[in-house]
Design a protein around this ligand. Structure first.
Ligand code: MTE
Length: 302
């Protein structure tokens, strides 16, 4: 089984991959945030399907153009970035707009572990044990107004701490967006950690989006602004090159990227000569999310 919703789980479901971290330390670590009894921890390697990548792999093979375009640039250059204190501005079509500290944002949230497949548009993938809460919980707190149809997200702009922002590789801030139903979907996570530890700078400290059925570039890092809108929002890669990067960008092995196939992927950590694995429709979350796209033409890269 790929994952379970927290409501399906009991403490008996907790079977952390002992090879990677100490279970007791992990439980204690999270108890202070959400309360261990309230935690729903995902199914994991013990069920045979998803073996998380190592901490090392997840934190040294990154895409975070604010710190450079190479895979090791983020881990090498993100040390100067200081994500504390942090706040997020929530505005647009909400009942309770404002600027909220990270503590205010996470107050009352259930921080749970979700072990998700993560598929980059560049045809590599990982399995990541995220910690976070459902974006829907935050949007419900904000009070989404009836006219809202989309959610827009923005990454912080700090060229003095993010050396990549001194170059015009992308237009800063990095921006992304989701349709409201995608944002409210229970799989959509605001992640604050990995492996029970606070989110490393290179992975999008202190808080980032995770949308596991979409290509990784939709999972925007280090978020400082969330806006509820009526119109489809600006999305960085989509605006740069709409032919290659659609606004939706749902993982789809049948739709070839103009420059490479999306039918298979290289699992990071498998070694140079590891066999590629087949890419799954909606990255393996078809049962959960396909209903949202009924009637849409999925044959285009959109
Ligand atoms: N968010 C910002 N702000 N800047 C970026 O360059 N890269 C995206 C996404 N979020 C990116 C971003 C891409 S292309 C991917 S594949 C994932 O982050 C990588 O996440 P990871 O480094 O945690 O694996």
């Amino acid at each position: 089984m790929a994952y379970k919703f927290k409501t399906d789980l009991t403490a008996a479901d907790v079977t952390p991959p002992a090879a990677f971290f100490n279970r007791r330390a992990f439980m204690v670590g999270l108890a202070g945030i959400g309360g261990a009894s309230a935690l729903g921890l995902s199914a994991d390697a013990a069920e045979g399907d998803l073996t998380p990548n190592t901490w090392e792999e997840i934190t040294t093979y990154n895409n975070f153009y604010e710190f450079g375009t190479g895979k090791s640039d983020p881990s090498e250059n993100a040390g100067a970035f200081n994500p504390a204190p942090w706040s997020i501005e929530i505005d647009g079509l909400v009942d309770n707009p404002g600027t909220f500290s990270l503590d205010q944002i996470t107050e009352g949230m259930t921080i749970e572990e979700r072990i998700y497949r993560f598929r980059c548009v560049e045809a590599w993938s990982m399995v990541v044990p995220w910690n976070g809460f459902m974006l829907s919980e935050l949007l419900n707190k904000a009070g989404v107004q009836s006219g809202a149809k989309y959610v827009a997200f923005e990454t912080v702009v700090r060229p003095e701490e993010m050396l990549g922002q001194n170059r015009a590789t992308l237009e800063w801030p990095y921006r992304e967006g989701l349709r409201l139903d995608e944002a409210m979907h229970p799989l959509t996570l605001m992640a604050t950690g990995i492996y029970g530890k606070p989110m490393p700078n290179q992975n999008g400290a202190p808080i980032r989006l995770v949308v596991p059925w979409k290509y990784g570039f939709k999972s925007i890092k280090s978020i400082v602004k969330i806006t509820l809108t009526e119109e489809e929002p600006y999305a960085t890669w989509n605006k740069i090159n709409p032919r290659e990067y659609g606004f939706y960008s749902n993982v789809n092995p049948e739709v070839t990227h103009p420059r490479w196939s999306q039918a298979s992927e290289r699992l990071i950590g498998g070694g140079l000569f590891a066999k590629r694995q087949d890419t799954l429709k909606f990255n393996g979350y078809e049962k959960e999310v396909a209903g949202m796209y009924e009637g849409m033409d999925l044959s285009k890269f959109f």
